[in-house]
Design a protein around this ligand. Structure first.
Ligand code: GRF
Length: 206
């Protein structure tokens, strides 16, 4: 599959950066077409500038009025840049129904826990890792799934696990899990690009 990637991110964009590095190192064959952030101060927009990737800040306050909704503005922006796979990478907004329809089975999300545990509305960032510790889980990890109309509930495509260490804090766990995110996102995109992972039928023959 020929991957034209569109990224949606709200924060530093370390996941986007890691995927870009996989492309630059020749491990992942994909073309980063556009980066969209809802956050005008996000590190991911800085990253886009440094990498000369078309980038837009689109949110409920500033989307061009010629589009009836933010959802439509995002869809049009993605389509104008020939995007065929949307990568949510630390994107804190819910994906709208029109975007889900326009990119059916073509929107990936990453969540820093072993879903279905510790997912859903309000569980993001350090809150996820604190929940892992509060529940006394012995394992933590990362999930990549297809986005749907609910937070963190789409079909699971890939997971990776690590042990929770006795002296782990939410911060120490977050930083180890984030490294796992970086590895798993690129690996999952490689499997999609090499047709080992079929997003429509989800046959993962690994
Ligand atoms: C992190 O909490 C990460 O676990 C989640 O989104 C947040 C920001 O990630 N995926 P990034 O550094 O902006 O990719």
């Amino acid at each position: 599959m020929n991957l034209n990637l569109g990224f949606l991110a709200s924060h530093d964009g370390s996941n986007v950066k890691a995927i870009m590095e996989s492309i630059e190192q020749g491990r992942l064959r994909a073309s980063p077409k556009v980066i969209i952030s809802n956050n005008p101060n996000s590190g991911v927009l800085e990253l886009a500038k440094n990498k000369n990737i078309p980038h837009y800040c689109l949110n409920e306050k500033n989307f061009p009025q010629k589009y009836k909704s933010l959802d439509l503005a995002i869809i049009k922006t993605l389509q104008e840049h020939q995007v065929n796979l949307v990568v949510l990478a630390g994107y804190m907004k819910k994906v709208g129904s029109q975007l889900l329809e326009a990119y059916h089975n073509r929107i990936l999300n990453i969540h820093p826990s072993l879903l279905p545990k510790h997912g859903g509305k309000g569980l993001y960032g350090l809150k996820v890792h604190q929940a892992v510790l509060d529940y006394g889980d012995t394992e933590a990890g990362v999930t990549i799934h297809l986005a749907n109309q609910e937070y963190d509930q789409g079909r699971i495509l890939a997971q990776a696990k690590i042990k929770v260490l006795p002296n782990d804090t939410a911060d120490s766990l977050a930083s180890r899990v984030l490294k796992l995110e970086h590895a798993l996102y690129s690996q999952t995109l490689i499997e999609i690009q090499t047709n080992r992972l079929d997003l429509d039928n989800y046959v993962n023959i690994m």
